[in-house]
Write a protein that binds this ligand. Structure first.
Ligand code: NZQ
Ligand code: ZN
Length: 394
């Protein structure tokens, strides 16, 4: 085993009618004035918002609501949320929604606890978070894993710059997870979620770290579960067994259980964030569009690792040729994304190919103007990132 620190402080309440325990959970975690954040219309239409508000009122809490978070949530909206939290004197932020809503709630929580610092200073690494209000969530989509993660992703809408912030202060206090809440999702959103959940583990699994056998085995079991139940969840949104497996897989895929002791990799996420930042595409689609190009570019660093993935995750018979075995797993993954209706190239993602100047701009931004490399499995400099974007273009 490698040395690691593992902290998973989020209380999980999983199962039927979990959302009705919102009031009880906020009180338990010290809240009295709750800013309830939600997205577009889905939580209103389903009646979820009313049920959650009722639960908060019944617990004697004072509540203010803030709706309108959009997918790929923006810095400008989060800033408005900070002002509202300060005026209302919120002491707890409750997210009702998916990754976009939870990340906005996390940003508001950081901003409201640090009113003299603009929140973007934290997302750009200019300031370090020292305090945040507590956050809880009622999860409505299995995807981003924000309900347990230490991460929050925002887009500076004025500069089309999408950035993640990792800090222990981003860990939510609780997550209320009722799989039935995902029954109203569209097949496209479900497929994006399946892709993202798989990717959180793939982006940790391909690491130079060796010798964490149990961690690897947990990662492989999680990926087999996603591959098994993901298609069923997309085909039949009301399949409780499939949706509940996906919901739990989503949380475990991003609380770092599957990446213990390893350096943070996340190359595909970094590549994808530039696409979402620039073109506003859904997060899951930004990942499936580049994964194949990334995998084919890096697998020769450690073909045996990819061959193990082929065998242990896809259960495909290995050939004696390790290179072919590695490529079998890559092909199977790309076919899986296609079977879910996910794009596997930039052409499919955007409906057109990008020009060479657009590809260069993406590589430049992803490498922060050539000042950083991405990942440790194969450190990717600006030229490498450009080659991957170019390979993904067709
Ligand atoms: O706004 P509403 O009307 O609720 O519609 C949403 C939205 O359009 C809809 N939706 C959610 N639950 C629903 C529902 N529609 C019907 N029924 C329901 N039960 O789904 C759409 C997508 O929602 P969103 O919150 O954007 O999805 P997701 O959870 O995939 O979050 C994506 C965001 O999270 C970030 C992504 O980059 C992206 O910005 N991520 C956050 C991470 C983290 N904080 O740890 C890690 C991830 O890698 C990811 O980067
Ligand atoms: Zn993700």
């Amino acid at each position: 085993m490698r040395d690691f620190t593992f902290c998973a402080p989020t209380e999980i309440i999983f199962g039927a009618r979990a959302e009705e325990r919102a009031g009880e959970a906020v009180v338990k975690h010290g809240g009295s004035r709750v800013l309830l954040v939600y997205g577009g219309e889905s939580a209103k239409k389903s009646g979820l918002l009313t049920r959650v508000e009722k639960s908060l009122m019944m617990a004697g809490l004072t509540v203010k609501t803030l709706g309108g978070v959009q997918p790929n949530p923006t810095l400008s909206f989060a800033r408005k949320g900070v002002l509202l939290a300060l005026t209302f004197q919120a002491d707890f932020i409750l997210a009702v929604g998916g990754g976009s809503v939870i990340d906005t709630a996390k940003a508001i929580a950081v901003g409201a606890a640090n009113p003299h610092t603009d929140i973007w200073a934290y997302w750009t690494g200019k300031s370090a978070v020292q305090a945040a209000l507590p956050v809880g969530s009622v999860l409505t989509i299995s995807a981003a894993g924000s309900e347990t993660s230490d991460s929050a992703v925002l887009t500076d809408d004025s500069r089309k710059d999408k950035r993640g912030l990792n800090t222990p202060f981003n860990r939510p206090r609780f997550a209320l997870m009722n799989p039935e809440l995902t029954f109203t999702l569209s097949p496209k959103q479900l497929a994006c979620g399946v892709t993202d959940i798989l990717m959180h583990t793939l982006d940790r699994y391909f690491t130079p770290m060796q010798g964490n056998e149990l961690t690897d085995a947990l990662a492989e079991a999680l990926m087999r579960t996603v591959i098994h139940y993901g298609p069923a969840a997309v085909q039949n949104p009301q399949d409780y067994q499939a949706q509940s497996e996906m919901m739990w897989a989503g949380s475990l895929s991003h609380n770092n259980l599957t990446g213990l002791g390893a350096d943070k990799e996340f190359a595909v996420h970094q590549l994808g964030h530039e696409l979402s930042g620039r073109f506003g595409v859904p997060h899951g689609e930004s990942l499936s569009a580049v994964w194949g190009a990334w995998a084919l570019y890096v697998y020769k660093e450690d073909p045996a690792r990819f061959a193990r993935y082929t065998s242990n995750v896809w259960r495909l018979a290995l050939t004696t040729d390790i290179d072919s075995a590695a490529r079998q797993g890559i092909d199977a993954t790309i076919r899986f994304f296609t079977s879910l209706g996910m794009p596997t190239s930039l052409q499919q993602l955007l409906g057109r190919q990008l020009s060479s100047s657009e590809l260069c701009e993406l590589a430049d931004k992803c490498s922060r103007g050539g000042t950083r490399t991405v990942s440790k499995f194969k450190p990717l400099a600006k030229e490498d990132l450009l080659r991957i974007y170019t390979a993904a273009n067709n």
